[in-house]
Every structure is written in C-alpha cells, then in structure tokens.
Design a protein around this ligand. Structure first.
Ligand SMILES: Cc1cc2nc3c(=O)[nH]c(=O)nc-3n(C[C@H](O)[C@H](O)[C@H](O)COP(=O)(O)OP(=O)(O)OC[C@H]3O[C@@H](n4cnc5c(N)ncnc54)[C@H](O)[C@@H]3O)c2cc1C
Ligand SMILES: *[C@@H]1O[C@H](CO)[C@@H](O)[C@H](O)[C@H]1NC(C)=O
Ligand SMILES: *[C@@H]1O[C@H](CO)[C@@H](O)[C@H](O)[C@H]1NC(C)=O
Ligand SMILES: *[C@@H]1O[C@H](CO)[C@@H](O)[C@H](O)[C@H]1NC(C)=O
Ligand SMILES: *[C@@H]1O[C@H](CO)[C@@H](O)[C@H](O)[C@H]1NC(C)=O
Ligand SMILES: *[C@@H]1O[C@H](CO)[C@@H](O)[C@H](O)[C@H]1NC(C)=O
Length: 496
C-alpha cells in the first residue's frame, strides 16, 4: 500500500461517518431499498457466512436492475464510500460485506433471472443466483455448466474468481464458459464487456471481478447435460500416516498419467481415530459412458489397500449427481442459509513440479499428530484440476485474470470451531497455516505454488503472487484505469 493510498482510505473512512442520512435519502428517493444500522433487519442483512467476522456496513442496498446498481454507485461516490457486491454471501472472509467496516454493500439477491436461449445454447444468468438454482434451471433445458458443489454458493462470487467443480476437467472453470459480462463500472457506466468491446475489462472480470466492477449478469455457453453420471466414494478408515503419504503420492502419479476428461475426483482427509492415523477418502465422479467409471480409477486402486467402504452414488442422471454432491436441496429457496466459524487456506501445486513422497508423508504425519490433538473440526480436500486431458490447463495462464491454470491439485485446508460457533480458537490459525508449511517446507524454496482466490484467506502473505502470479502487474495497471479513485477496495483487492 502506497502512502498516497493511505490518505485516500483515510478520507473515505472519514466521509463514511457522516454518510447515512444523505445516503438514505438518495437511495430511497431513487426507489432503491436499503437497510441501515438501527433497522430491525440490519443484523440479519449484515450477517456473514463465516461467523469469525461481524462487520458493520454503512448500508446494504438491494438493486433490481443494472440502472439501480448505477444509482447506488453514484450515491456511494457522493457519500465517499467504498463499495462491494454481495452474491451468495459465502466469501470465507466476509468480502461480500466489504471485509471491513463501513462499506456500502450492493446485495444482488433481488436479481435472479436466468434466461436460456435454446437456439444458441447460451444462457444469461443474473449474479444474484445460487449454484443449485442455476443447475436446476439449465438442467430443465437439458443443459449444464461447470461449477462447485455447494448449492447455496452464489454464482456472482464463484464465477468472479474461478469456479471449480467435478465437470471442470471436461468443461473448464465456471468463468471459462463466460463470453460476455454485463457490469457497472466505478463511474456508474453500464457496459457489456466482450472480446470486442471492453476486452481488457472482460479479461480482468474473469478472475478478479470485484476489484473492477459490479457484475449484474454473465452470458455463458452451456453444455449438453451428460446422459449418464455417477459419483464414487471410497473410504480407508484408520490409515497410518506413511500409507496415507504413499496413497496421496500414488494418486498424484495416477493424476499425472491423465485419466480421461469425464473423470473427476478429490482426496478427502479427516481426523483418524488414533494418533498417527488419518481417515483417507476419495470422492470422484464420472460423466462418460456407463460402466467405465471404476475401470478409469483402477490403476490407482491397484496401488491402494482394500477400502473400508466403497459405493457408487446417485441415480445415474446428471442432476442426480449434482444433488448428491451438494447434500442439500438444489432449490435454495427451500433451504435456510447456513453458517460456520472457521479459518481456511488453499495450496495449488504446480503440475510441472509435483510433490515429492517426502512432502506427501510429512503432510500426513502432521495431520495424524497435530490433527489428532486439535480441538477443531477440520478437513482437507485435494482437488484434481490438471493433468493431461484437463480443460482447465488447456487455456493459457494469461488468457484470463485467473492465473493458476498450471496447477495439478488445489488443496482446501479448513478448520471450524468445535461447535461451529464463535470464538474461533487462536491455536486453529497456526494449525491450518502449518498444514500448508508441512508441504511447502519439504519442497525446494523456489517451488512455484499458488493459492485459490475462491478459498480466500485474509492472513495470506505474498497473496499478490500466490493468487495472481504473472498477471498481477496487468491487473494493477487496469485497476488504475478503471477504478482510479479506489472505490472497489476490500482485503485482497487489486491495488494500483
Ligand atoms: C460450502 C461451500 C462450498 C464451496 N465449494 C466450492 C467448490 O466446490 N468450488 C469452488 O470453486 N469454490 C467453492 N466454494 C468457494 C466459493 O466459490 C466462494 O466462497 C465464492 O466466492 C462465494 O461466492 P458468493 O457469491 O456466495 O460470495 P460473496 O461473499 O457474496 O462474494 C464473494 C466475493 O465475490 C464478490 N462478488 C460477488 N458477487 C459479485 C458481483 N456481482 N460483482 C462483483 N463481485 C462480486 C464479492 O464482493 C466478494 O469479494 C465453496 C464455498 C462454500 C462456503
Ligand atoms: C466493526 O465494528 C464492530 C462494531 O463497532 C466491531 O465490533 C468490529 O470489531 C469492527 N470490525 C472491524 C474489522 O473493524
Ligand atoms: C504410476 O502410475 C502408473 C500409471 O498409472 C502406474 O503404472 C505406476 O504403477 C504408478 N506408480 C506408482 C508408484 O504409483
Ligand atoms: C423452488 O422452491 C420454491 C418454494 O418451494 C418453489 O416455489 C419453486 O417453484 C421451486 N423452483 C423450482 C425450479 O423447482
Ligand atoms: C499471453 O502470453 C503469450 C506468450 O507469452 C503471448 O503471445 C500472448 O499475447 C499473451 N496473451 C495475452 C492476452 O496477454
Ligand atoms: C467510465 O469509465 C469507462 C472506462 O474507463 C470509460 O470508457 C467511460 O468513458 C467513462 N464514462 C464516463 C461518463 O466518464
């Protein structure tokens, strides 16, 4: 942060203390609904998914059109406020509420239309939608797009930063399906960014959207919903850490051999029942020919001990696997929003320099000892992104702001307080930090690993490089052009 930027932030913060009365009349005068501190519904409107954060936005405004968004931005400028969009509200560090106090939140939850063009097989999806509702609407037309598992995650934040799901090896990330984005800029201008119109903006929105604009809808290419799909689940209970390290290493070896693109999977590691052990799991999916799922996985299974349990899941339909993986109703108007109290990190391992057996074993040893004594509820997922035959890596790293396409695996490392309520235990921070270090400290110091912006981490050092790699300088220069006053600022936003 430059000294100049500090001055700007100070002025903005000072302005916000006097903002509410004017802001209220400006928004209500324009017919935009907004919730302010003191309103009876303010507490629920400003609640974060991660209860580790209790934030006080200056207001939460609910646009119903792009013109409303422009009105809100103008009101924010008039009142010296910084602004953020909230989609589904599932940011790990409450960035959808600004990630700090005093922001003007533009909550997209009243903008939920989904329009499918059956002639071109494209869809226009407003950014207030949740993943489950998107999957249901597309499936009703026989279509699908790649996205993550949890049905209540918002498409706004998810597609802003990537969007990995089990169809991503076949179809890419959620943001790879986008060919146009309708957005409102920091000066209130409503634009449609495509490869021909505002191409730089489109590039930046595909991986770093909230630093550049409030997106109101994405226009995406859809895929025919697979005619057959199945989820596979395997568990090895009470696995000693050496076997677990070897198992992760052989899964890496299998991944590098390039299973066919309809194959997807992740390792899931949780606490063991004795010190020195972990519970080792694999959850995968197959979207290809019926009957070929297990044979695709067999080269890895051949290297493994016999599983404690294994089962194919789902009803054979594509949407059945989406529901199976979500575990909650895909229709999010039928489910209450959940919450948790947690700290999470990520680690993206480079495909061209895979983990050593030593690193895999050290990781499992750490989880089987520190993880055994930790009073948090924790899990680690090791998601398969790359390997030959993955669509994610076929796109160059500099083609979109999303910068880490050369990752083989993305680890999610996640620990919750024991009752999922605050406070989060202080020891839980170092516990999760050292999960990552147990791998990185066993690799060469120049190891080019990264981190994933959708598992956003407010304690990450060197996040500019870990998240954005070689794309960061271009993002900085675009930030200077498109948001010269620094209106779209939050922890880990792009800085000039
Ligand atoms: C239970 C759970 C499961 C998950 N599973 C997966 C998974 O399988 N794969 C995966 O890739 N990720 C997964 N995630 C991570 C998820 O993708 C991110 O947390 C995502 O950013 C949440 O988006 P949101 O709209 O719900 O959150 P929000 O908190 O609303 O937004 C997140 C960020 O995006 C910005 N943003 C939101 N909408 C807009 C918009 N319209 N314009 C500009 N910026 C916007 C916000 O300002 C904020 O910075 C999971 C998260 C949870 C909680
Ligand atoms: C935000 O304000 C609340 C209420 O004043 C306070 O409890 C909280 O610590 C503040 N959070 C931050 C990040 O400043
Ligand atoms: C590595 O993978 C190849 C191809 O799947 C397999 O033949 C070999 O046995 C594997 N080696 C180890 C150590 O897992
Ligand atoms: C989702 O559930 C709501 C409430 O039950 C219902 O009105 C709506 O029709 C459902 N949507 C779909 C796509 O099934
Ligand atoms: C990406 O990098 C390649 C190779 O360095 C270069 O030719 C190309 O112009 C770059 N593309 C973008 C969009 O910057
Ligand atoms: C708003 O910003 C965009 C992008 O920098 C620019 O093209 C446009 O001319 C600006 N509009 C106004 C009214 O200043």
């Amino acid at each position: 942060m430059t000294p100049l930027r500090n001055v700007v932030v100070f002025v903005v913060a000072l302005g916000s203390r006097f903002a509410s009365a004017d802001l209220n009349s400006e928004l209500t005068g324009a017919g935009v609904r907004a919730v302010f501190p003191g309103d009876s519904n303010y507490a629920s409107a400003s609640a974060a998914f991660n209860l580790r954060f209790t934030l006080e936005p200056t207001a939460i405004a609910y646009p119903t059109t792009p013109e409303d968004v422009s009105t809100i931005i103008q009101a924010g400028i008039d009142n010296n406020l910084q602004m953020v969009a909230r989609g589904g509200g599932h940011s790990y560090v409450a960035n959808g509420l600004g990630g700090k106090n005093g922001s003007l939140v533009i909550d997209m939850s009243s903008m939920k239309s989904i329009t499918i063009d059956t002639a071109s097989n494209t869809a226009v999806i407003e950014t207030g939608n949740r993943l489950g509702d998107v999957a249901l609407a597309l499936n009703a037309a026989g279509r699908a797009m790649p996205h993550g598992t949890c049905s209540s995650v918002g498409i706004g934040g998810h597609s802003a930063f990537g969007g990995y799901g089990f169809t991503s090896r076949q179809w890419g990330l959620a943001l790879d399906t986008i060919f146009a984005i309708n957005a409102v800029l920091a000066n209130g201008t409503i634009v449609r960014a495509t490869q021909d119109s505002y191409p730089d903006l489109l590039w930046a929105l595909k991986g770093a959207a909230p630093s550049f604009a409030i997106t109101t809808s994405i226009e995406v290419n859809t895929y025919a919903a697979p005619s057959y799909a199945v989820v596979m689940e395997y568990t090895w209970s009470n696995m000693d850490y050496k076997t677990a390290g070897q198992s992760m290493y052989s899964f890496q070896n299998f991944s590098l051999s390039g299973p066919a693109s309809p194959f997807a999977g992740e390792l899931v590691i949780t606490k063991g029942s004795q010190e020195g052990q972990v519970t080792f799991g694999f959850t995968g999916a197959w979207y290809g020919e019926e009957g070929s799922a297990t044979s695709t996985l067999q080269p890895w299974l051949d290297t493994m001990p016999a599983p404690t349990t294994s089962s194919p899941l789902g009803d054979g339909s594509y949407i059945g696997t989406v529901a199976q993986l979500s575990g909650t109703s895909l229709n999010t108007s039928q489910t209450a929003d959940s919450s948790d109290t947690f700290y999470a990190k990520s680690l993206m391992t480079p495909e061209d320099e895979p983990m050593s057996l030593e690193a895999c074993t050290a990781f499992m040893q750490y989880l089987s000892t520190e993880g055994f004594s930790s009073d948090t509820n924790w899990f680690v997922q090791v998601e398969l992104y790359g390997g030959p035959n993955s669509k994610i890596r076929e796109i160059p790293n500099n083609a979109t702001a999303f910068s880490r396409r050369d990752a083989l695996f993305t680890f999610q490392l996640y620990a919750s307080s024991s009752d999922a309520l605050p406070p989060y235990p202080e020891a839980g921070f170092t516990f999760v930090d050292n999960m990552v270090t147990s791998v990185t400290s066993n690799m060469p110091s120049a190891w080019n690993y990264g981190a994933y912006t959708n598992y956003i981490d407010d304690q990450l050092e060197n996040w500019e490089t870990l998240y954005f790699s070689d794309n960061y300088p271009r993002l900085q220069s675009l930030k200077k052009q498109l948001d010269p006053q620094g209106l779209f600022m939050f922890p880990t936003s792009i800085e000039e």
